[in-house]
Design a protein around this ligand. Sequence first.
Ligand SMILES: [Zn+2]
Length: 340
Amino acid sequence: MKAIFDDRQWKHTPRHFMANGAILPNPEQAERIDILLAGARAAGCEVQAPVDAGLGPIAAIHSAEYLTFLQNIYARWRRIEGAGEEVIPNIHPANRGDSYPKSAIGQAGYHQGDTACPIASGTWEAAYWSAQSAVSGADVVLGGERAAYALSRPPGHHAFGDLAGGFCFLNNSAIAAERFLANGLRPAILDVDVHHGNGTQGIFYGRRDVLTVSIHADPARFYPFFWGHAHERGEGAGLGYNLNLPLARGTDDAGFLATLDAALAQIRSFGADVVVVALGLDAYEGDPFKGLAVTTPGFARIGAAIAGLGLPTLFVQEGGYICDALGDNLTSVLGGFTEA
Ligand SMILES: [Zn+2]
């Protein structure tokens, strides 16, 4: 399997975020890259750099206003007297339809949904190449490969069309799905990250041409709280094309795999001819977020079950944080897919 990654993705080095009122080190560290690259290579992946497909595939998902913000906000922020070293919002509109201000502080609050997506000098470039890795991964699959792995970091599934959040800026999985759609395929996105893929859901919520399915820890008491509940099924033409499968905290391999079967059945019913796996590895029992309790062998079974669909598959890296088995868990899921 080919793995896609660009060295410019190292340039996003977030320092802080706020959790429970405390300022903490940001868990989405660039060092994840080396661990994930080693994990991919151990699964037999050959790593290659993405081709630059330009802004087109990104602008197919994200608003022009938001992309301008991401490209310019750091320089504008640095001109504020006494500003911190990272763009972190401190005020938010109550609704997306509220007035759009000229101020950098106001726009940060509009386009950054929480404190977990700090922007610094290298953020745009890293996010851009993370998205290009997903686009190139899609192109590898479109070229006839059974599967590919995009080491997309920073991750993407918490990013909406005009809103960053949860370590995410550009929705790499959504961008890849749109790439498949533009090439005449019928994509389903299967999100197995421990956190609900709220940005992905939001992007496709009113659409029926991309099925979105997410398995995650119950958001009643877990990030992202406001999205990911079972009753969120899509709206308008998209009603019935969004499936949320929340799990109780601490759910183990057996519970996860039983729910995965339901997710895969929905993907078959949809008639998908390609699958984008939003591959978070933070459902692991030893992940710092401690939402679910999937084991390293459990990830191989997840990979094998996904292979059972018999569809071309693009794995796009989402979450999964530094812990003893992060690399092994990637090896396990890709290896389980390949061997099945
Ligand atoms: Zn996550």
